[in-house]
Unconditional design. Structure first.
Length: 99
């Protein structure tokens, strides 16, 4: 963060600027929100949600859209299983038309 008075870079959460001594009124919230927003999960998707994405591809696509920032690995899984679901639906319909 930067000093309100002189603009020098000071340690995050400082109450007083070490350079000019000016009191810092800025609330230390932005740093917390930034680090919270940058939290990224590399965990894979749960089996239940994969099956759900497979049966209802639209759910997989929605989950992918929602999770792709914070959980890119899980989001890819949802999208993948959603696409499998679409492919399976097309194949089943195709077979139904033939037989
Ligand atoms: Zn200062």
């Amino acid at each position: 963060m930067k000093c309100n008075n002189c603009g020098v870079e000071i340690p995050y959460g400082s109450r007083i600027c070490p350079t000019c001594g000016a009191p810092q009124t800025q609330q230390p919230t932005t740093g917390y929100e930034q680090s919270y927003g940058q939290h990224v999960s590399m965990k894979d998707a749960g089996t239940g949600l994969k099956v759900l994405s497979f049966l209802f591809p639209i759910i997989g696509i929605i989950l992918w859209a929602v999770k792709r920032t914070n959980a890119p690995v899980a989001a890819k899984s949802y999208l993948k299983w959603g696409l499998y679901g679409i492919a399976a639906t097309i194949i089943v319909n195709f077979l139904y038309l033939i037989f």
